[in-house]
Design a protein around this ligand. Structure first.
Ligand SMILES: NC(=O)c1ccc[n+]([C@@H]2O[C@H](COP(=O)([O-])OP(=O)(O)OC[C@H]3O[C@@H](n4cnc5c(N)ncnc54)[C@H](OP(=O)(O)O)[C@@H]3O)[C@@H](O)[C@H]2O)c1
Length: 468
């Protein structure tokens, strides 16, 4: 048996250190060999939680299955990891000190298949790996990563267009994993308002932000889905304190009523995530007589965000607005007079792409306008993710691309990062894919003239339905 013992002191609270380390999904952010980790058990992290961790050992990958065998909040977490060649018993203890938290990590390796005879040769490498892992843990917990910049490789891919588009698939997500910076910041007390929270990317975001401790107000439109959403959140995260607001965001009257309710409550908003959306393949008007793609995907998030500005500005921290757009917008150029399509020329994907292009432009306009209000505004597109929305609106696309679609969690990863990571509060007016700012224009011909940009909000204001 090889026994390792490493100790670090981290300038963070014992609660933060425990929560970060006990959730072994973070292992790739600090462990010297872990490259991927998934929670494979249901429910919040606790006694009995299980994780599958892939470790890179030379050119091959070693799979380890971990189970939490002791879970005493803020004091001790123990895990047993089983792999083909060895078993490891990890015991991690956390003690509050004047300087923060002392973390002691003990790992006992028991080898199989005669490998125990090689322990002498393996030991020094194992010790170096243990020291590197704990130094990685200290760095992850203490250091705020710098604001990301577009990599040379992504820049090239975007210039060549087709490789840029190929990154919308799960390969793009996987390609980005090794560049990831740790996210060891928790969101306790941060108020997040998230639209479209009951399905697809919105649901994956709600779960991840609930796990991170955020104070959630979730906007959904269907009262019948409310209890199911609350049950799911409780089962997955243990959280029972999530607020739900009902609003059909395709109707501007409901957007106004929702805004008034939130303003009356007066709770400052740290993060507003405009995620609700749908691709309508057939032309249709809302009950207020507006073309439905335009109403839901553009007029509604524009109005909601403007209405909620007092709550975003009422913050003592930098507030964040996150607009969920789509790679589809790369095909369209902003032209205000083409945002509302007619029944004769209506094409769902085109109406969708135009609205998302306009929301991306609004992101840039707001970022500039609100830089003095301490509000950052960014857009993201999720790539192609296998969600109920894609299954219902794009069944043929889904059937053809199913193997390369991202999971909802992979699609939502950048939304979660933009809401949670400290460094994401230091950048504004950008479009992100896989936690990296990307060009808003893959095709030069889709760059809009300044007059269209600057006329956009006045145009939107003219489209608001008149109160009856
Ligand atoms: N999945 C992708 O590959 C992909 C790619 C690019 C962009 N996006 C964008 O990502 C966002 C989330 O989409 P998704 O793929 O997760 O789709 P989804 O599974 O269909 O989720 C869409 C969410 O929006 C809600 N919503 C739709 N119409 C609404 C309305 N009138 N009022 C209030 N809420 C409404 C839905 O509620 P109901 O359940 O009640 O319908 C649902 O919660 C959308 O903005 C979409 O355009 C997705």
């Amino acid at each position: 048996m090889i026994t390792l013992r490493e100790e670090i002191t981290v300038a963070r609270s014992v609660q933060d250190c425990f929560r970060y380390v006990a959730d072994f999904r973070t292992a790739p952010e600090w462990d010297a060999t872990a490259v991927r980790s998934r929670k494979v058990s249901e429910g919040p992290v606790g006694l009995g939680s299980q994780f599958d961790v892939d470790c890179a050992v030379g050119p091959s990958t070693l799979k380890l299955h971990y189970e939490v065998t002791e879970y005493e909040p803020w004091a001790t977490v123990a895990l047993v990891g089983k792999g083909r060649f060895f078993e490891v018993q990890d015991t991690i203890t956390f003690t509050e000190t004047d300087a923060g938290t002392r973390i002691v990590y003990c790992a006992e390796f028991t080898y199989r298949w005669g490998l125990e005879r090689l322990e002498g040769q393996l030991e020094s490498g194992m010790r170096a790996m243990g020291a590197e892992s704990l130094s990685g843990m200290k760095k992850a917990l203490e250091k705020t990563p710098s604001v990301p910049e577009i990599s040379a490789c992504s820049n090239r891919a975007d210039r060549w267009v087709a490789p840029g588009v190929a990154m919308f698939s799960r390969w793009g997500y996987q390609r980005s994993l090794p560049q990831r910076q740790p996210v060891a910041h928790f969101m306790d007390g941060q108020h997040v308002v998230l639209t479209g929270a009951n399905s697809g990317l919105g649901l994956a975001t709600a779960i991840a932000l609930a796990e991170a401790g955020a104070d959630l107000t979730l906007i959904i439109r269907d009262p019948k889905k409310q209890q199911g959403l609350l049950n799911t959140l409780e089962a997955k995260t243990g959280r029972t304190d999530v607020e739900i607001e009902l609003a059909d965001l395709g109707l501007l009257e409901e957007v106004e009523n929702l805004s008034q309710r939130l303003l009356a409550k007066g709770k400052p908003i740290d993060i507003l995530i405009n995620n609700a959306g749908a691709l309508f393949n057939t032309y249709g008007l809302t009950g207020e007589g507006l073309e439905q793609s335009f109403a839901l995907l553009l007029l509604s998030p524009w109005r909601l965000t403007r209405n909620l500005l007092p709550l975003l500005s009422a913050n003592t921290r930098t507030a964040r607005v996150i607009n969920v757009v789509s790679g589809g917008m790369y095909t369209e150029k902003l032209a205000c007079d083409r945002l509302i399509m007619n029944p004769s020329d209506y094409q769902g994907p085109r109406a969708y792409a135009r609205a998302k292009r306009a929301l991306t432009v609004l992101t840039e306009l707001w970022a500039e306008e609100w830089s003095d209000h301490d509000i950052v505004v960014n857009a993201m597109h999720p790539g192609w993710a296998d969600t109920p929305g894609v299954a219902s609106a794009l069944p043929t696309f889904r059937a053809v691309t199913r193997r390369i679609l991202r999971s909802p969690e992979e699609g939502a990863d950048t939304i979660v990062w933009m809401a949670r990571a400290k460094e994401a509060g230091n950048i504004t007016g950008k479009l992100f894919l896989d936690r990296e700012p990307r060009t808003p224009y893959l095709l030069e011909k889709t760059r809009e003239p300044a007059a269209e940009r600057h006329g956009l909000e006045a145009f939107l204001a003219q489209q608001l339905p008149r109160p009856s």
